[in-house]
Design a protein around this ligand. Structure first.
Ligand code: FO1
Length: 309
């Protein structure tokens, strides 16, 4: 069995990561997760994509919302509201424990990787989930009038302001996670996550960017666009606002320097020839992962293609 590295954002990436977890031995699976969405809120270090992946793989996620924990209660948030505290970013009681424990571990001197592995251990997960970096990289959204922090844009303003650009702060002091030796992975999968705000923060880290460029024949993209719509979140809206066509071709062009293989949905089969012209080997699959069988089936399909390469 080959070794797989998944590059993953939040909800869409986590679904595919669950399919991989259910399909291969965890020794063959490593998941590098975007931390550009991370922020400090009410004194707590919050890492939304790491938590979404961790909860999803532990079967602890609230699948209807896509973030947070299942069977959640909201007593803290309600008490905070009574005190007229800040409640725009909703923290459930069980989820709060994760942020308190992570903040405590980091304040005690642990790296984000070690804190993540400690949290994963409490969910009976192996140490296969890694932050993209142990240093902070913060995603900002440039809108016409203001530069917004990611969570202000995403949660407070519900992705409404049109996007003109993206800014990643902290890159000068950040490295791709040193615990991940890229030469040990046979195949790298770009999960169906938002290219601009979930994968791009990782691509800004020179070690990963250069590796993907040099080994693009081992990099497979799974399109987050199906039939001119986002699988999840604001990818399609952002594409439109940036003046780009909402299509798998735009995804293929975005990753053209870093990937030579792409999985697209059967509804986009008519775009195959154009993707071939861009240099991609194209695979057609059902990319809509709306139940666990489909998550497993897509992961198995990708693994089968890559094992027989
Ligand atoms: N997303 C929301 O849309 N509203 C929220 O109130 C919210 C709270 C929240 C709390 C913890 C957490 O780990 C994630 C949370 N998210 C929330 C999701 C978060 O904003 C993610 O960054 C996005 O899902 C993008 O990946």
């Amino acid at each position: 069995m080959k070794n797989y590295l998944l590059l993953c954002g939040g909800v869409g990436g986590a679904k595919l990561a669950l399919g991989f977890k259910n399909s291969i031995d965890s020794d063959n699976l490593t998941i590098a997760v975007n931390t550009g969405d991370d922020f400090t809120h009410l004194g707590l270090r919050i890492c939304p994509d790491l938590d979404t992946v961790m909860y999803t793989l532990a079967s602890e996620s609230d699948t209807s919302k896509g973030w947070g924990r299942k069977d959640e209660t909201w007593n803290m948030l309600s008490a905070l509201s009574d005190m007229e505290g800040e409640t725009w970013f909703q923290l459930g009681d069980k989820d709060l424990a994760t942020h308190i424990q992570r903040t405590h571990l980091i304040n005690s001197g642990q790296s984000l990787t070690d804190a993540t592995h400690n949290l994963c251990e409490s969910f009976n997960l192996p140490k296969f989930i890694f932050p993209m970096s142990n240093q902070s990289v913060e995603t900002y959204i440039q809108t016409k009038n203001r530069l917004l922090s990611f969570q202000e844009y995403f949660v407070k303003l519900k992705c409404e302001p049109p996007v003109t650009d993206f800014v990643f702060k902290g890159l000068d002091k950040a490295d791709f996670n040193k615990d991940l030796d890229l030469s040990t992975y046979d195949e790298i999968i770009i999960c169906p996550s938002n290219p601009y705000v979930s994968i791009n923060p990782m691509l800004q880290l020179p070690k990963l960017k250069n590796y993907l460029h040099d080994y693009s024949h081992n990099v497979t993209t799974i399109s987050p666009i199906v039939n001119a719509q986002s699988l999840k979140g604001p990818t399609a809206k952002m594409m439109q606002e940036l003046g780009q066509e909402v299509s798998v071709k735009t995804i293929a062009k975005f990753y053209n320097n870093y990937s030579q293989r792409i999985f697209i949905d059967s509804s986009d089969v008519s775009e195959s020839n154009e993707l071939n012209d861009l240099g991609y080997e194209v695979h057609i699959a059902d990319l809509i992962m709306n139940n666990v069988n489909k998550k497993n089936a897509l992961a198995k399909r990708i693994i089968d293609e890559l094992e027989s390469k």
